[in-house]
Design a protein. Structure first.
Length: 117
C-alpha cells in the first residue's frame, strides 16, 4: 500500500510484495526507534480505527503490559493498572481484554516485569 494524494491508501503495483498471496491474519509490530513526530503525523497515519484492525482478531501489542509505552514494565505500569482496578474497565490496563482489571491482569504485568523484549 502507498499513501495517495487524498490521504487514503492505494495498492502500489511497484511494491516488491505485489502479487504475493497473503494469509488470513495481519500482524503489525511497533518499533519506537524510527518514529518521527514531524514525518509520521497527520490523518494518513490515523485513518484505521481499532475496530477495523480487529476484523481478524484482537490487537495484541508487542509488549501489552507496558501500559505507559516506555519499553519497560515497572512501577509506573503497576500504578496505571492499580488506578484502573475493577470491573467494567477497558483500555490498556485490561491486559487480557476480558472487560475488567483484576488479579489476572496483575499477574500478566508482574510476569513481564523488566524491559520489553
Amino acid at each position: 500500500l502507498a499513501p495517495s494524494a487524498n490521504h487514503t491508501w492505494v495498492l502500489d503495483p511497484a511494491h516488491p510484495f505485489q502479487g504475493l498471496s497473503a494469509g488470513s491474519h495481519l500482524t503489525m509490530l511497533r518499533n519506537s526507534d524510527n518514529y518521527d513526530p514531524i514525518e509520521h503525523d497527520g490523518p494518513q497515519w490515523r485513518n484505521l480505527t481499532q475496530a477495523e484492525l480487529e476484523e481478524n482478531g484482537p490487537f495484541i501489542g508487542d509488549c501489552p503490559a507496558d501500559l505507559n509505552a516506555d519499553e519497560f514494565i515497572d512501577a509506573a505500569d503497576l500504578s496505571v493498572l492499580l488506578a484502573n482496578w475493577g470491573p467494567n474497565a477497558h483500555g490498556p490496563a485490561d491486559i487480557d481484554d476480558d472487560g475488567d482489571v483484576d488479579s489476572v491482569d496483575l499477574s500478566h504485568l508482574l510476569s513481564a516485569w523488566g524491559p520489553c523484549m
